[in-house]
Design a protein around this ligand. Structure first.
Ligand code: NAG
Length: 442
């Protein structure tokens, strides 16, 4: 994918070098090609290969570049780099080495023995071992600890680059705040951290994933909220070869997927343009990766395309009932950015009601309150009593539905959904006089 990696014959040398370690071990541990022991190291052209021959770890040089990085890629598809260690600190040339330092940290050193990357463990490891696992996870543990306790002291899965591998969790530890996020490359040929980040937003309401353009503080895409079953509005639903799992507990929020067909490999990548791609390859057929899902996938997926209080439908925008375009001039030329405003102001004291919108991706949670165990009726009453509540919805669709999500202020980033299963209905506050037959006027 845009990388022309120059490794070639040096790989053979690497195997020979590693074989020498096996035949003449310099320490008591036996060294396999997926493992790096305390006295061994890897230079440009030498690699570790996972035992199932799927993943390879070593140095690479991006196309049009003289710098190099330590990374992990698919052995059968070397251009598909899935992890990069020294993203922030490239080697100026190919003169680098991956090794252990005096206290057992993994380090990448440049030609002057300067540290360009480190696993940054605080303790001292007496007998550190690093291994490239079949999952693509590069892990570090201390072999002096009793062998039954192979706790990973460091793992590459904790520091994702732009790629989520099958079996790898995008996770947030709610106790410690530790989070795994995807950070895009700067360009097709530059692994340094780019403009886009794919991360969980859990600050208010329900969890949702977002692609944010960091430097301009703007959202580009968001999944819908977690509704107890799925992220609404994003079709990362289970299908024949892939199962996804979402964990949402007091201590952890995480997302992962697994592949059921052993011939298939699949990854989720945040590319340098800020597009989330689900890529799949059939290893037995070719090394060509196909994007079978991209997010955003259509114009309505672009965050906030319709401005406030409007719904995107088939790439066009419609004001919610009771609202009209803020600027008709702009609206008629399909500039929807300034959104919609109320046709007549709400008059809370005279009694409002709600307009029901079905099959909608619920608005973004800019200002919301969540009541987890409230019924829909209680939710409606609570919203009615608070004059600044603009909309509400059931927060968890499992069973008969439970919970209440209430919005305050403008409603942003709604779209009509194709999916018809388990989507939520949004109840938007209206002045009583505006309500028609679908109304729930009090
Ligand atoms: C759309 O309208 C906004 C003002 O609301 C303006 O800033 C923007 O430039 C317009 N976009 C285009 C493409 O004309």
């Amino acid at each position: 994918m845009g990388l022309e990696l120059k490794r070639g014959h040096l790989q053979t040398m690497a195997k020979i070098t590693l074989s020498i370690f096996i035949i003449f071990p310099m320490t008591s541990l036996s060294l396999a090609t997926d493992t790096l022991g305390v006295t061994s190291s890897i230079r440009y052209g030498e690699t570790l290969v996972s035992s199932n021959l799927t993943f390879e770890l070593g140095f690479f040089t991006p196309r049009n570049s003289s710098t190099s990085y330590l990374g992990i890629w698919y052995k059968f598809s070397p251009n598909m780099v899935v992890w990069v260690a020294n993203r922030n600190n490239p080697l100026a040339d190919r003169d680098g080495v991956l090794t252990f330092n005096g206290v057992g940290n993994l380090v990448v050193l440049n030609r002057l023995n300067g540290v360009v990357w480190s696993s940054e463990l605080s303790g001292v490891l007496r007998n550190p071992i690093a291994q490239l696992l079949d999952t693509g996870n590069f892990v570090l543990w201390d072999n002096t600890v009793s062998s039954s306790d192979k706790t990973y002291l460091w793992q590459s899965f904790d520091y994702p680059s732009d790629t989520l591998l099958a079996g790898m969790k995008l996770t947030l530890n709610r106790k410690t705040g530790f989070e795994r996020r995807l950070i895009a490359w700067k360009s097709m040929d530059d692994p340094s951290p780019g403009d886009y980040v794919h991360e969980l937003n859990y600050s208010q309401g329900l969890p949702q994933y977002e692609v944010v353009q960091v430097h301009v503080h703007s959202k580009k895409y968001r999944t819908g909220q977690w509704n107890g079953v799925q992220f609404v509005g994003c079709s990362i639903a289970p299908n024949s070869f892939r199962v996804s799992a979402f964990v949402y507990t007091e201590t952890e929020i995480s997302f992962m997927f697994e592949i059921q067909d052993r011939q298939l490999f699949s990854i989720m990548k945040l590319n340098y343009l800020g597009v989330v791609q689900l890529l799949v390859v059939n290893r037995s057929r070719s090394a060509t990766w196909n994007a079978f899902l991209e997010l955003p996938s259509d114009p309505c997926d672009f965050y906030g395309r319709c401005g406030a209080n409007a719904i995107c439908n088939d790439s066009l925008c419609e004001c919610v009932k009771g609202f009209m375009p803020s600027s008709l001039d702009e609206w008629t030329v399909h500039n929807f950015s300034s959104g919609c405003k109320r046709t007549i102001p709400l008059n809370c004291s005279k009694g409002d009601g709600f307009w029901e919108i079905e099959n909608v991706k619920l608005p973004d949670q800019l200002e919301v309150t969540l009541y987890r165990s409230m019924s829909l009726e209680e939710c409606k009453d609570k919203c009615l009593k608070n004059c600044s509540c603009t909309a509400y919805a059931t927060s968890d669709v499992r069973g008969q539905g439970i919970g209440c999500l209430m919005w305050f202020g403008d409603l942003i980033d709604m779209r009509v959904l194709e999916e018809v299963n388990r989507v939520q209905t949004l109840y938007v506050r209206q002045s009583a006089s505006k309500l028609g037959i679908h109304a729930y006027a009090n």
